[in-house]
Design a protein around this ligand. Structure first.
Ligand code: G3P
Length: 221
């Protein structure tokens, strides 16, 4: 399972990269604008904090297939390897996914709201499929739709990885990990929610105090 961070916050990427096994970083246009820096600076800083085996995902902005493919070529040139272009599954985007795959460019199909959209993008060769789990909850059962997608890919022998996105809480992530999801991209607050528990701090405090009472020190030897 690939645990990916959905953020352009370089400091948090550094912090969480030390704490966790982070497979990569996804961004989208809104996430980039929230970084408070220009696009090129943000991208350069993120590439600097990632090691070359970690994946990096940048979204195309333009609307037509031709323009998306041009942007995809530019994004692809930003890094030697493990760079993926996020392409929304509009009609033009679906065309662009096919074109990009002919050119050997890594593609993540994004802005996915249904398993069927994702399945079609998988048929076009997308490497990753990003269903927007929390947003899908506004239209039905987002978790079930993603579980259906996992099964649709399996029974049809399609190799695209599902990278579930748009999480608002750790329960949504948990349910999809249980279901065998290949990848999740998680905002910083949800990543911390997955690892923080007050009970852990309380337990560690008790152990240390008992040790200190018995041996007069807060270290093993
Ligand atoms: O990476 C994009 C996806 O995660 C969208 O998230 O929070 O805007 O629904 P959100």
């Amino acid at each position: 399972m690939e645990f990916i961070l959905d953020t352009a916050d370089v400091q948090e990427i550094k912090n969480l990269n030390e704490l966790l096994t982070v497979a990569g970083v996804t961004t989208n246009p809104t996430i980039i604008t929230k970084s408070g820096k220009d696009f090129q600076t943000t991208v350069k800083e993120i590439i600097e904090v990632l090691d070359e085996e970690q994946t990096f995902f940048i979204q195309a902005i333009s609307a037509t297939c031709e323009e998306i493919v041009e942007e995809a070529k530019y994004i692809d040139s930003l890094r030697e390897k493990n760079i993926y272009v996020k392409i929304p599954v509009t009609h033009e985007g679906l065309k662009a996914i096919k074109e990009c795959k002919k050119l050997g460019i890594g593609v993540l199909a994004t802005a996915i709201y249904t398993a069927d959209q994702a399945f079609m993008a998988a048929m076009n060769g997308a490497d990753y499929l990003a269903p927007y789990v929390n947003r899908m909850e506004n239209y039905g059962d987002g978790i079930k739709e993603v579980k259906d997608l996992i099964e649709m890919l399996r029974v049809n022998g399609l190799n695209s990885k599902v990278v579930a996105a748009s999480f608002k809480n750790k329960k949504q992530v948990h349910e999809l990990i249980v279901a065998g999801i290949q990848a999740v991209t998680v905002p910083v607050d949800v990543a911390y929610a997955m690892i923080n528990h007050p009970g852990t701090e309380i337990a560690v405090g008790e152990f240390t105090e008992n040790w200190n009472k018995a041996f007069g020190r807060r270290a093993l030897v």
